[in-house]
Design a binder for this molecule. Structure first.
Ligand code: SF4
Ligand code: SF4
Length: 183
């Protein structure tokens, strides 16, 4: 079995080799039109070890983690977890994210959750726009509507579970450093 398949299975807790390419995952994926390969083909490419095509691809960054594929899969393969694993390998091996600003978005999301113990859309959006050099006012109408309906709190509040969430981040960093120390 190829190294990438072994690593993906290990990191995701899945067995990508179980896929028999019924295409049900791809047929239900809401972002497949924007992908280069789609989830079903990507699994085949993992088994074939096509890492140079997979790791810089936009597909692994476009996956929204919606779990539609996992719920449709007759073999219970959680492709969202597989996509997570591929992103980890891609970042570790120094590939640029295949979709512009996707890595920045992930980093900001995790940074806000780590700090507050929860997501805060307004803080995320402001930081993302500034750091990605996106015009601040280009979709302000939608944002104002959400504020007015009380869907998005203006000020970030810390979750009561922020300590527990911080402990998860700490544990995760510890596992990462143990793995990177391994030969
Ligand atoms: S639904 Fe499952 S078995 Fe079918 S192609 Fe997708 S991953 Fe493979
Ligand atoms: S989890 Fe990702 S690959 Fe699966 S259906 Fe959702 S967007 Fe598509």
């Amino acid at each position: 079995m190829d190294d990438l398949a072994i690593e993906t299975d290990r990191l995701s807790g899945q067995t990508v080799e179980l896929c028999y390419h019924c295409h049900k995952c791809t047929a239900g994926c809401p972002v497949v039109e924007a992908m280069e390969y789609g989830p079903d083909r990507l699994l085949r490419m993992i088994v074939l070890g096509e890492r140079e095509a997979i790791l810089p691809s936009r597909d692994i960054w476009l996956c929204a983690g919606c779990f539609t594929c996992a719920t449709r899969c007759p073999n219970d393969i959680d492709i969202a977890a597989v996509m997570d694993a591929l992103r980890q390998v891609s970042v570790r091996e120094g590939y640029p994210a295949g979709e512009r600003d996707a890595l920045l978005f992930h980093q900001l999301f995790l940074g806000v959750v780590q700090r507050l113990g929860r997501s805060h859309e307004a803080a995320m959006l402001g930081l993302f726009k500034v750091l990605s050099h996106t015009p601040l006012m280009n979709d302000v109408g939608a944002g104002v509507g959400l504020f007015l309906r009380g869907k998005v709190p203006v000020l970030p509040g810390r979750s009561g579970a922020s300590k527990a969430v911080g402990a998860i981040f700490k544990e995760s960093r510890s596992v990462d450093s143990q793995e990177s120390d391994q030969p």
